[in-house]
Unconditional design. Sequence first.
Length: 134
Amino acid sequence: EGLVREMRGHTRENLDAAAERYRRALVLDPDSGAIRARLAATLSLIHTLYPEESLAEEVRALTAEALEQEGGVPLAHVARGRVLLLEGEAEAAEQEARRAIRAAPEDFEGHGLLGRYGADARQRRALGEFLRRA
């Protein structure tokens, strides 16, 4: 049900509804690293679009728990990487993307994060070049 809400579009309303459904699922299955990772990924997407430090903190906690419960859950690496990228920790975000890709090469989310890292790196290089010429 949460995934269906996410697929309806990345509006705050849809993402909040998806997160709520993942929270309910987690109550029913508190030992599921997969649900925990999905919740973390949804919250990290909300944080990317509507930055809130409390969301970043929750994502950090959820990803740590998801990886502890089911090490190598690719989505947990993606969620952690999104937060790191927003915090300016581009190299750490790249490593999380690569971990996600190693764990599930067929999953698009890790590749998407790696692409965002690449775009961010290109923007930083272009800005540096502009400032050197100024």
